[in-house]
Design a protein around this ligand. Structure first.
Ligand code: ADP
Ligand code: ADP
Length: 227
């Protein structure tokens, strides 16, 4: 099955910037996929469209067979998203952030509490469950965003520059955790502008530049080409 199917996707912002000039991309179930590209390439615009924060101009997007326009509720519930910027409600505690997110997807509260506890323990945040988000370090906030993105048990996890500004120790533990999730069957896509990060984690890769996919291959194939 296809986890993510993007067809002829275009985005022109109101000012006239053509951020996406017709993108086609397929990501298979179980893949660990990198979307690599320099700043301004169109990565965040693509993710913005997937998460319905940005309106597309043209094209189609399906997530596990659910078209974003035709069946947005199913498409969105299949997707977990870790945005680039921290966007917590500063009055919520760590546990509330995760449990309340589950509420938006209609997960029953008892089930959400069990899942939140599991995720916060796995991400080494359980000791901070009653802390306010503004008291957390940057690395803790990143991990909390991952817990929040997983609480409704999505089939596809997308992370936008997940380790930007994170020190190397936290970065390594995040990589380990993501690898483990992928081994358990979760499809993962991450955007990055570090080839090394993609190389560490991903099996397949697309390179985006100036709103176009300029390469779409296996990680091994790409590295072979570069050497
Ligand atoms: P949409 O077409 O998806 O509604 P808009 O064109 O309205 O998006 O842009 C959303 C907001 O982002 C606007 O307020 C705009 O001023 C702002 N913006 C403009 N240029 C940029 C840029 N280069 N990077 C990020 N945000 C920008
Ligand atoms: P990346 O995430 O790869 O750095 P973006 O998707 O943020 O790339 O940006 C792609 C292009 O669209 C850039 O030229 C950027 O300036 C422009 N852009 C991004 N967001 C907006 C916006 N809200 N309004 C207008 N232009 C934007």
């Amino acid at each position: 099955p296809i986890a993510l199917d993007i067809r002829a996707l275009k985005k022109t912002y109101k000012g006239g910037t053509q951020a996406l000039k017709g993108i086609d991309l397929k990501v298979s179930q179980g893949d660990f996929f990198a979307l690599l590209g320099p700043n301004g390439a169109g990565k965040s615009t693509t993710i913005g469209i997937l998460s319905s924060l940005v309106n597309k101009s043209e094209g189609q997007v399906s997530i596990f067979g659910h078209d974003l326009d035709i069946d947005p509720v199913s498409a969105k519930s299949a997707l977990g998203l870790v945005p680039q910027e921290f966007n917590f409600n500063q009055f919520e505690t760590v546990l509330q952030v995760v449990v309340n997110q589950a509420g938006y997807y209609g997960v029953p509260r008892a089930k959400a509490l069990v899942k939140a506890e599991q995720l916060l323990k796995e991400l080494d945040l359980w000791g901070k469950k009653d802390a306010r988000t503004r008291e957390l370090s940057g690395g803790m906030k990143r991990r909390l965003m991952i817990a929040r993105a997983l609480v409704h048990e999505p089939r596809l996890l997308i992370l936008d520059e997940p380790t930007a500004g994170v020190d190397i120790e936290i970065r390594r533990s995040m990589w380990r955790y993501l690898r483990q999730l992928n081994e358990e069957g979760l499809t993962i896509i991450l955007t990055t502008h570090y080839l090394e990060e993609a190389e560490m984690l991903c099996r397949n890769i697309a390179i985006i530049d100036h709103g176009r996919i300029i390469e779409n291959t296996t990680m091994k194939g790409l590295l072979g080409k570069l050497n």
